[in-house]
Design a protein around this ligand. Structure first.
Ligand SMILES: [Zn+2]
Length: 375
């Protein structure tokens, strides 16, 4: 593998985004549950950055300092009323941006810096400062909708960064591939009626949000045929993820021919995650990265940006992230994945027939995309 300049976006302020303690969702049932630390806390992300520091792999990456997104950039996706509400809550003691998206005082500014981190990564790749980039930001973004935060997400980082590339950077076509275990509903909503952004999501079937992420959600109007969901069955492992990229994502990218590929990257599809029931491991994320890089090399000069989303295993997220940035940069760190043997040899890692059946359905969407693109 050839060496590349890989950008790394990180900022201590991301770790200061405070989601507080959490309780049962149902107010009626809250009194039965002692509060506990919110899943979306700094630990998993800080430990990923720490692993890069301890292994000195951070020195192999190009450190990129994030700039906050400005209001014009955020308002390309979100409504003014929503942005005003988050800003006002943040000036006081914080609150909930909508459905399960808590933040504390100052959370607005951190959310702007998170969206800005994705923009910084995109700009660095488009400027040619780096060949590809990973933005390790908080809060995550892919569940945030136009007029409300959802699922720990406040602003749609990837949606905002993609709209920036289209509006300000002369980019004409973008493809997104969301491999977080949860459906990328916010990114889907942002581009549902547009054909200049192909949105794709691989996620656990009917998980979160429960009502979205079906195969039948294929875009509307101008965007019809430009949204591809692959809702894999719970228990899907390495084979299912890699084959989804090979059989669905890579051919869709080839048909669409994007100028830039952006990945909302969650590591909660790992077999150690408390908020998912999938079986991916570090090599799964490495292989998916390798395949996407091959598509990017073929189609858009290698331009690939990953922006961090979920992943809630503090012990395991760091090794998934390390595998991804090793692959992006074409370099190997001195650190190994202590969980690798245990993960690779677990039953069910190979592609199963009921998983291939879902992939087969999704392949029909790629056929339609080829027709729409006239290829
Ligand atoms: Zn997730």
């Amino acid at each position: 593998m050839s060496e590349r300049r890989t950008g790394w976006v990180y900022h201590e302020a991301y770790m200061w985004h405070d989601t507080g303690r959490t309780r049962a969702f149902d107010p009626e049932l809250r009194r039965w549950m002692q509060s506990w630390e919110h899943w979306e806390n700094p630990d998993t992300k800080r430990r990923l950055n720490n692993l890069l520091e301890i292994s000195e792999f951070s020195e192999e990456l190009v450190q990129l300092k994030p700039r906050p997104a400005n209001e014009e950039q955020v308002l390309r996706f979100h409504t003014p009323e929503y942005v005003d509400r988050v800003r006002a809550l943040s000036a006081e003691d914080g609150g909930d941006a909508g459905e399960g998206a808590p933040f504390s005082h100052g959370g607005y500014e951190i959310a702007l810096l998170s969206a800005g981190g994705a923009i910084t990564a995109v700009d660095a790749v488009l400027d040619g400062t780096v060949d590809n980039a990973y933005a390790l930001t908080r809060p995550p973004g892919h569940h945030a909708e136009r007029d409300r935060g959802r699922g720990f997400c406040i602003f749609g980082n990837v949606a905002i960064a993609s709209m920036h590339a289209l509006a300000e950077r002369g980019i004409e076509k973008i493809a997104t591939l969301d491999w977080d275990v949860h459906h990328g509903n916010g990114t889907q909503q942002a581009f549902y009626e547009r054909r200049d952004v192909l949105t794709m999501s691989i996620h656990q079937d009917q998980w979160y949000p429960r009502e979205s992420g079906r195969l039948t959600e294929q875009g509307e109007g101008e965007g019809e045929g430009y949204n591809i969901n692959v809702p894999l069955p719970p228990g899907s492992g390495h084979g299912a993820y890699v084959e989804t990229i090979r059989q669905v994502v890579a051919p869709a990218l080839e048909a669409f021919r994007p100028d830039l590929i952006v990945v909302p990257s969650g590591f909660d599809g790992s077999m150690y995650d408390p908020l998912g029931r999938m079986m991916a491991y570090s090599e799964t994320f490495r292989e998916m990265t390798r395949l996407l890089m091959a598509s990017a090399d073929q189609l858009c000069g290698g331009r690939l940006v990953l922006s961090h989303e979920g992943g809630y295993s503090p012990t395991y997220v760091p090794f998934c992230g390390l595998a991804v940035v090793e692959e992006l940069s074409g370099k190997k760190s001195i650190a190994g994945d202590p969980f690798e043997d245990n993960s690779a040899t677990a039953g069910g890692q190979d592609l199963q027939p009921h998983q291939q059946a879902v992939i087969d359905d999704a392949k029909l969407l790629v056929d339609r995309l080829r027709q729409l693109e006239g290829v």
